[in-house]
Design a protein around this ligand. Structure first.
Ligand code: ADP
Ligand code: ADP
Ligand code: ZN
Length: 214
């Protein structure tokens, strides 16, 4: 099963992608996580990407497309994956389609998680992530058992640098201009599925599994 997650920053793509990936027994591939990992390791790519991420801008396609597509060639991706955060532009979507076509494969579904801009701002301001294992939490909607501490590995949770309010508004603007057109792209391909992302995490997951049936 090959699934692409669509939705604004903070819509719940990562949260649902993890559960869906587990359900189908395929890896969760997050382009944002790949960039953050590179940054943590101090690679040249990580540093170049950070300059864009901190401004709420997209990392240029030249730095992104080959990086993510080469990740999809690894052994663990042979039976499928849940792609989270990629593609984010039409050129990225076309490059992914081309890559798959050359292998006689295709994306099965693009799952769009719909959430209003107002709700996005509150989702993102409460988002906390674990710098060690990458697990995601929310101060109100998805609390860790102990305040500020990762349930999984015990590390101290952090706010993401790009989740500050000024940056979030920029990211939303970029989302509407560059990423939202992918909804029409995948609709045209007949594989778009939509869920109401304003519901609880469990309900969004349940609805996602429903729409991924056919
Ligand atoms: P969110 O989960 O809030 O949607 P991500 O973790 O997916 O954010 O991405 C964080 C940042 O990393 C983005 O704002 C962007 O700067 C960069 N990024 C991630 N994926 C891509 C991509 N496919 N193309 C360009 N930039 C990307
Ligand atoms: P994305 O990957 O789309 O940027 P995340 O999965 O990181 O989004 O979710 C953004 C924040 O909102 C996180 O703090 C997450 O715990 C929380 N969240 C995710 N889904 C929901 C939901 N359905 N209701 C309330 N909060 C949610
Ligand atoms: Zn952790």
């Amino acid at each position: 099963m090959k699934i692409v997650m669509l939705g604004a920053p903070g819509a719940g793509k990562g949260t649902q992608a993890l559960r869906i990936a587990e359900q189908y027994g395929v890896p969760h591939i997050s382009s944002g996580d790949i960039f953050r990992k590179n940054l943590k390791e101090g690679t040249e790519l990580g540093l170049r990407a950070k300059a864009y991420m901190d401004e709420g801008l997209l990392v240029p396609d030249e730095l992104t497309t080959d990086l993510v597509i080469s990740r999809l060639r690894e052994e663990d991706c042979k039976d499928g994956y849940v792609l989270d955060g990629f593609p984010r532009t039409l050129p990225q979507a076309r490059a992914l389609s081309e890559k798959l076509k050359s292998e006689g494969a295709r994306i099965d579904f693009a799952l769009d998680i719909e959430v209003s801009d107002e709700e996005i701002v509150s989702r993102v301001s409460g988002r906390r992530i674990c710098p060690k294992c990458g697990a995601g939490f929310h101060t109100l909607y998805n609390k860790p058992r102990i305040d500020g501490i990762c349930d999984i590995c015990g590390a101290e949770l952090k706010m993401r640098d790009d989740d500050r309010p000024e940056t979030v508004l920029k990211r939303l603007e970029v989302y509407h201009a560059e990423t939202e057109p992918l909804i029409a792209y995948y609709k045209e391909e007949g594989i778009l599925r939509t869920v109401d992302g304003s519901q609880s995490i469990d309900k969004v997951f349940e609805d996602s599994l429903d729409v991924l049936q056919d």
